[in-house]
Design a protein around this ligand. Sequence first.
Ligand code: OAD
Length: 251
Amino acid sequence: MDSSSLDAAASVLAKSKYLVALTGAGISAESGVPTFRGRGGLWEKYKVEELATPQAFRRDPAKVWSWYKWRMEIISKARPNFAHVALAKLEEMGLLKALITQNVDGLHRRAGSKNVIELHGCIWRLRCTSCDYAEEVEEPVREVPPRCPRCRSLLRPGVVWFGEALPERELKRAYQEVSRADAMLVVGTSGVVMPAGMLPLLAKERGAVVVEVNVEESAITPYADYFLRGRATEVMKALFEGICERLGKSP
Ligand code: OAD
């Protein structure tokens, strides 16, 4: 981690008036939740078109659900890490105004973040494929595939699959927050899935400063004002402490 860019980024973020964060799978990696791309990523072992599309679900709902049940089991054992906690604390301090995430694991909310925009939905929210039944669960589903208690149709995970539109309300909120941002903190995303991946660019085009935290370069790095290379927990700890110091608050 380069300490001069870390100090400079901490100063810029501490002075910001409207800080918005964007997170991806990398922020939950150290909680034990696998990422999608890169070495050991889910898309290396599994095929998107067999597991994460509406067609795959129509073809073989049990197969799709077994995969989601397995992911639910992993996530249910995971705990928010310091990077999640730091973002929750920055919001509590009044500095971070909104957190846009592509993650479906719910770890930001568990860490205490309030204004969370879950652009790709949440794995813990189930909804019926026929009626308007929906529920939030806390444990992995038992029955595979699970059925609607009201109409016995199939339930589906409340996540966005490839080829599906993003939830309109969340997307609108995300654009609104980005349009207000004078600083954007991007943590642990490859930045290749749209439209989430282009939010930092939109912010940048409107004059916001972009600070990126990632173990490696991403699609966002070429235009990031500060690229802080390292693991999310380590960089976020140093960044959080640097921000607190500049704001005269104890971390
Ligand atoms: P990816 O798996 O594409 O990228 C994870 C990013 O996190 C990479 O840039 C890694 O370098 C970085 N990373 C890994 N470990 C890290 C760590 N400990 N600290 C910091 N960075 C780390 O995940 P996303 O960008 O979130 O969509 O993927 C976007 C979307 O693609 C997901 O929401 C999902 C997926 O297909 C849907 O399912 C619709």
